[in-house]
Design a protein around this ligand. Structure first.
Ligand code: ZN
Length: 198
C-alpha cells in the first residue's frame, strides 16, 4: 500500500537524492513545501530553474557566475599573476570574505579521489595548465587538507614544476579533513600567509 500520493513520493525521492538530505529530512521538506503558499512555491521553483539556466563557468577561472567573466577575473586591480587553486566556488567565497587576497583563483570543481573514481581528467586541471603563461608568478594550492585535497595538491605540484612557475601550498593549521568554507577568516589568512613552497 502506498502511504502517500504518487506526487508526494516523487517529491520525497527527488529531495532525498540531494547531498546531505536523508529520507526523514526529505519527508519533512516535502510536507513543508506542500503546505507553503502557492506564490512561495512558484518563487522557489523559478529560482532553481533560473539559476540552472543562467549560471555558468567563468571562462578564465571556472568559478560559477552569471557573466562570461566573473567579477574577480574582470577586476584589473587584482594581481592576475597570482592564482589560488581551490576545490569549489564555496572555497573561493570563503577567501573572498577575508577581503585580503589580491590575486585571482582557479576553481577545480572537485578533487582527485581514486576511491570515488574521480581522476585528474574529471576536474579542471587541463584548464589550469592552459592559464599558465609567462606572466604567472605563483600558483597557490589551497585544496582541502583531506586525503583527496592532498592528493590533488601533489598532482598539481608535479604537473606545474616542470613549467618553472613557483608553486606553494597553504599552511596546515587548517584542520585535517576540514572543508575550507567552515574555517574562520583568521585561520584562512594565517594558512595563506604561512604558505610554503613545494
Ligand atoms: Zn573568474
Amino acid at each position: 500500500m502506498e502511504l502517500y500520493s504518487g506526487y508526494i513520493n516523487k517529491l520525497i525521492e527527488e529531495l532525498a537524492a540531494l547531498p546531505g538530505i536523508g529520507s526523514k529530512s526529505a519527508q519533512r521538506l516535502a510536507f513543508h513545501l506542500i503546505n507553503m503558499p502557492q506564490d512561495k512555491v512558484n518563487r522557489l521553483a523559478a529560482a532553481i530553474v533560473d539559476a540552472k539556466a543562467n549560471v555558468r563557468y567563468c571562462k578564465e577561472c571556472y568559478t560559477l557566475t552569471d557573466r562570461e567573466v566573473c567579477p574577480v577575473c574582470a577586476n584589473q586591480k587584482r594581481n592576475h599573476g597570482l592564482i589560488m587553486v581551490v576545490e569549489n566556488t564555496r572555497d573561493l567565497a570563503a577567501y573572498e570574505k577575508t577581503g585580503r587576497y589580491e590575486g585571482v583563483y582557479h576553481v577545480l570543481h572537485g578533487a582527485i579521489s581514486p576511491m570515488l573514481g574521480i581522476g585528474p581528467g574529471d576536474i579542471k586541471l587541463k584548464e589550469l595548465m592552459a592559464r599558465l603563461h609567462d606572466d604567472v608568478e605563483e600558483v597557490i594550492i589551497a585544496t582541502n587538507s583531506s586525503l583527496e585535497g592532498e592528493t590533488t595538491a601533489m598532482y598539481i605540484s608535479k604537473m606545474i614544476k616542470p613549467v618553472g612557475i613557483k608553486v606553494t601550498r597553504i599552511a596546515s593549521g587548517v584542520p585535517v579533513g576540514g572543508d575550507l568554507e567552515y574555517i574562520d577568516e583568521v585561520t584562512l589568512l594565517r594558512a595563506l600567509e604561512g604558505r610554503v613552497e613545494l
